[in-house]
Design a protein around this ligand. Structure first.
Ligand SMILES: [Fe+2]
Ligand SMILES: [Fe+2]
Length: 208
């Protein structure tokens, strides 16, 4: 049974995720990297991509939260919590970079958060193997996504690139750890549905 302390802690984290005031445990990979002199259009594009990534991290918070709460296996739960702490760093790093670029986080963050929490709870309810399967596939799609961003981000914007590259390396580890913990392989239909959902999210979040 969940204790009230746990629920309050989780609720606090939810509010932080949505409000974009998460604190990073690790320093931002952008630290010490010089700011580039970007044209206005480049700056806007980079800020919009970071807004998309930030939404992704808000969703990651909700997914991991939903899943860590429902995971049955202690080892799986520990791995989920560790990954979730790293996702918190991503959340803080991307929020900081949006600010530096003069952009703003998505206005729809509460909606993204609520939707992902529901999905995470459903995945969690299906049992550890499917929970982890969903997680591994999510991380794989995020990785692909970040690779796409590295192709379109301004070449000179090394600060943003440093953040995206570090996030991508973490997501790859999260995917591997989910597989090691015994993730099943999702059916093709489920992967396609996830791709579609992420397409909607990224298209909307680029603008709003
Ligand atoms: Fe992340
Ligand atoms: Fe991740």
């Amino acid at each position: 049974m969940l204790s009230i302390d746990v629920l309050i802690g989780e609720f606090d984290r939810a509010l932080r995720a949505v409000a974009g005031v998460a604190e990073a445990a690790r320093r931002s990979p952008a630290e010490g990297v010089a700011e580039a002199d970007l044209a206005a259009g480049e700056r806007e594009h980079a800020a919009a991509l970071m807004r998309v990534n930030h939404v992704g991290e808000v969703c990651a918070q909700a997914l991991y939260q939903g899943q860590a709460l429902t995971a049955r296996d202690a080892e799986a739960r520990r791995a989920l919590e560790q990954a979730s702490r790293e996702e918190q760093d991503h959340l803080a790093w991307s929020a900081e970079r949006i600010r530096e670029l003069g952009g703003r986080p998505s206005l729809l963050n509460p909606v993204w958060y609520a939707g992902s929490l529901a999905i995470g709870a459903v995945a969690g309810a299906l049992g550890d193997r499917w929970n982890l399967a969903f997680l591994a596939e999510t991380e794989r799609q995020v990785e692909e996504h970040l690779t796409g961003h590295l192709e379109t981000l301004p070449a000179a914007d090394r600060r943003t690139r440093a953040v995206v590259e570090a996030m991508r390396a973490d997501e790859a580890r999260h995917r591997e750890s989910a597989i090691q913990l015994g993730a099943a392989e999702l059916p093709e239909g489920a992967k396609r549905a996830m791709r579609l959902a992420s397409k909607v999210m990224t298209t909307v979040a680029y603008r709003v």
